[in-house]
Write a protein that binds this ligand. Structure first.
Ligand code: HDE
Length: 714
């Protein structure tokens, strides 16, 4: 490498190195916060406003005058309040927090954030849906974006991933086609937040490479119960570079400390109306209450020598590396512990890019990743209005940054000095390059040798489109498989054109599983082949028969922490029992919500008052994880005679929720026509059933009920 004379002596100002702590980003943002408390109302030019109600007119009943600079400034600003929403991932919610590495992280990467287990790096994490626009529903069937910005000493690193580990296409060139197909249809802008429409299924049934990602999207992963309950994946293979400049391939994972839980499709749909902000509200409220969200960062590390030792190509983003083949090593923890102050300033203006990397991390040649490296910067030009988006407070690195880039719209920095070029002898040669090094070095791309012809082609090693879809299907429990069958049947029922439905059922599904194809085919009255139809190359081959890690059941919470539990009560309730329940549930880290027929305080049987946290129709069962009906003759009689009370139980039953009925509470069963099963726990006192309650809710739902739950007409 030719040495640059100006890179020799970059000692730099002292603060160029190693200052970051968990609070550094917050301190930086503090300098930009503005509270109006105690301040006069003024124009943007600082002039005090005397009347904020009336525009300037020629007479009380006369026309408004053009001269009214106060009105014009206010209206002009209002007229321009919106920026284009993201073309994908428009609807999102975000939170601040920190990342802290474990001891073992430094061996894999020289990146500064991995070196010291005592050091916390600030992060900002945005979780999003993909298809819908900014005002769409949270709980739609969709992939969730999982984008993390690490504000490190060495610059910002963005890990811009998803909650499913594979993508729909192999080459970035197909991304505009894919997004056009999944987005609302162009003639009528229908449907919102849905993949259940003709153009999506037309495209994916003509592009077999989409099959694996579509299958994940048809699973319950596509509507997480809470953001804290979803896994995250970097999707592409990246590289980690250690202090000896050795490169290893890596797949990044976020493993939820709270375990994985998803909604039930019927529940998810009802939530569109009952609480369209269900997921973002969950994160916001939990963080406000000090119940923070946590994930472990995990890595699957693949030595360069092992690149070709798999039955798939690790550069193919439609493939995952099974955890049974390469274990996920936890290397640190992320905690989200602070809500943003302002949605627009932070969550809307944050600009992620997979191209924001730091020394110690590098790209692979995954052709999807390579295309993304162009797209993300490009899209910010339109969305955030020009190349200075890095100066927006949420996007600023916490380390100092100087270069010779200058000017353009809305430039904030006042660059001093005369030399905006390098090399220079006018401003002392600053800013200067930093040679690469094991610590605090300049970025240097991994010296991969590339010797090839220019071709528009796809490697034969990308030709297997089905083996991992089959592996995923074979690794699901019966309940999960049944939900996937219902998902395909539902989605295809919304497709107007029979030939598209038939193509999916007869030409795609048999190559995943003949059983899956037959089950969906039966529900659509379509005959299906009795064997796969794709070529041997397309079917591929997986050396694993099953990968248990692919099932949501592999990481169930195992406890009732963070769960929200309804205590249904009306006048005459056993208020001592309510108090005991509240205490016992809180001790387990769960939240008890007393839900009454109205918001009026509830009179207990012993005359004491119980506060209502919510009303039956304001916080329906779909918003909670379990239902308890305490004893109290009059209370239970009132709930049993109310349509909402009975529906509460029926719906909870249908969605496989644990139901506890104490004392007279058991009368709710016959009143609501809910059959008894292992998830209906009857007792006189909560102590009679508490252990069973914790064990069943620890699995999140009463899974054995799944096969009969649909009989409930709720
Ligand atoms: Fe994105 N993607 N994407 N994507 N993506 C965007 O960037 C793009 C892909 C992901 O919270 C856009 O700033 C291309 C895979 C997330 O702000 C855009 C390709 C994965 C977010 C874009 C992909 C993602 C985006 C829209 C294929 C998982 C939201 C607005 C070559 C690994 C980030 C923006 C946030 C956003 C392009 C595929 C994740 C247009 C061209 C694969 C989480 O630049």
């Amino acid at each position: 490498m030719a040495k640059n004379p100006h890179s020799e002596s970059n000692s730099g100002p002292a603060n160029d190195i190693g200052q970051t702590n968990e609070h550094r980003k917050n301190e930086q943002l503090e300098t930009m916060r503005s509270s109006a408390e105690g301040h006069d109302l003024r124009t943007n030019q600082g002039v005090r406003i005397s009347d904020n109600h009336n525009s300037l007119k020629a007479g009380e009943r006369g026309p408004t005058l053009l001269e009214d600079f106060i009105f014009r400034e206010k209206m002009n600003h209002f007229d321009n309040e919106r920026i284009p929403e993201r073309i994908v991932h428009a609807r999102g919610a975000a939170a601040h927090g920190y990342f802290q590495p474990y001891e073992n992280a430094a061996q894999f990467s020289k990146a500064g954030l991995f070196q010291d287990p005592d050091k916390r790096t600030p992060v900002f994490t945005r979780i999003s849906t993909v298809q819908g626009s900014r005002g769409s529903n949270d709980t739609v069937r969709d992939v969730r974006g999982f984008a993390v910005k690490f504000y490190t000493d060495e610059g910002n690193w963005d890990l811009v991933g998803n909650n499913i580990p594979v993508f729909f296409i192999q080459d970035a060139n197909k991304f505009p086609d894919f997004v056009h197909a999944v987005k609302p249809e162009p003639h009528n802008e229908i449907p919102q937040g849905q993949s259940a429409h003709d153009t999506f299924w037309d495209f994916v049934s003509l592009m077999p490479e989409a099959t694996h990602a579509v299958l994940w999207t048809m699973s319950d992963r596509a509507f997480p119960r809470h953001f804290r309950n979803m896994e995250g994946f970097g999707v592409h293979t990246f590289r980690l570079i250690d202090k000896q400049e050795k490169s290893r391939f890596v797949k990044f994972h976020w493993k939820p400390v709270a375990g994985t839980c998803s909604l039930i499709w019927d529940e998810a749909q009802k939530l569109w109306g009952r609480d369209p902000d269900f997921n973002r509200r969950g994160m916001w409220e939990d963080i406000s209450n000090g119940d923070f969200l946590e994930w472990e960062l995990g890595v699957q590390v693949i030595e360069e020598e092992s690149e070709h030792s798999f039955d798939f190509d690790i550069l193919d983003p439609t493939k995952l590396v099974p955890e049974e083949q390469v274990p996920v090593i936890p290397i640190g923890k992320m905690v989200l512990n602070r809500n943003p102050d302002n949605y627009f300033a932070e969550t809307e203006q944050v600009a992620f890019s997979p191209g924001h990397i730091i020394p110690g991390i590098d790209f692979s040649n995954d052709p999807l990743l390579q295309g993304r490296l162009f797209s993300y910067l490009d899209t910010q030009m339109l969305r955030l209005g020009g190349p200075n988006f890095h100066e927006i407070p949420i996007n600023r690195p916490v380390c100092p940054f100087h270069n010779n880039q200058r000017d353009s719209v809305h430039r904030q920095t006042i660059n001093t000095g005369q030399a905006s070029y390098e090399p220079n002898s006018i401003d002392g040669g600053w800013p200067k390059e930093t040679p690469p090094g094991p610590e605090n070095g300049g970025f240097e791309s991994h010296h991969e040798r590339v010797d090839a012809n220019k071709v528009r082609a796809r490697s034969d090693s990308f030709g297997d489109h089905y083996s991992q879809a089959t592996l995923f299907w074979d690794s699901q429990t019966n309940v999960e498989q049944s939900h996937i069958i219902q998902a395909y049947a539902f989605e295809l029922s919304k497709v107007q054109r029979p030939h598209i439905r038939e193509r999916v059922i007869t030409e795609i599904l048999p190559n995943i599983s003949v059983e899956l194809a037959q089950a969906v085919g039966e529900m659509h009255g379509v005959d299906t082949p009795s064997a796969p139809t794709a070529s041997v190359e397309e079917l591929g081959r997986s050396s694993l028969n099953e990968s248990p890690a692919l099932s949501l059941m592999a990481r169930l919470p195992g406890n009732i922490k963070h769960r929200k539990i309804a205590i249904l009560a009306a006048n005459g309730v056993d208020s001592d029992q309510v108090n005991t329940l509240q205490k016992k549930l809180a001790a387990e880290g769960a939240t008890a919500m007393v839900i009454g027929p109205s918001m009026a305080p509830i009179k207990g049987a012993n005359g004491s008052l119980v506060e209502s946290d919510a009303m039956l129709n304001g916080m329906p069962s779909v918003t909670l994880d379990a239902v308890i009906v305490p004893g109290g003759k009059d209370s239970v009689a009132e709930l049993a005679s109310s349509g909402q009370g009975r529906y509460y139980l029926q719906e909870a039953y249908k969605h496989l929720k644990v139901i506890v009925l104490l004392g007279e509470g058991k009368n709710m069963l016959s009143a609501s026509n809910v059959p008894e099963d292992e998830g209906i726990l009857l007792g006189e006192h909560i102590d009679d059933v508490f252990d069973r309650f914790k064990a069943t809710l620890g699995k999140h739902r009463v899974w054995p009920r799944d096969s009969v739950a649909n009989d409930m007409p709720a």
